[in-house]
Design a protein. Structure first.
Length: 76
């Protein structure tokens, strides 16, 4: 298989981190707004925010792992 195509595919797989980063930024800003509006709900907001951030980060990690697998297994 062509090494150039593998590099392009790995680069596209890494772009999942970009989407996850944008999503996490939006989620964090909305959580800050929610705490500002209802300070008594801070604990529940933080709990939901952390679960959402963990799920978004796992998407970025999956993309990174897929790109590493593509580079090292298909590049031979």
């Amino acid at each position: 298989m062509d090494v150039g195509l593998i590099a392009i595919g790995a680069g596209l797989a890494v772009f999942t981190g970009m989407g996850a980063g944008i999503g996490m930024g939006i989620a964090t800003s909305k959580a800050c707004e929610a705490v500002a509006r209802q300070p008594e709900a801070t604990g529940k907001i933080n709990q939901v925010l952390l679960i959402g951030l963990a799920l978004a980060e796992s998407t970025a990690i999956y993309g990174f792992v897929i790109s590493i697998i593509m580079i090292f297994t298909m590049g031979k």
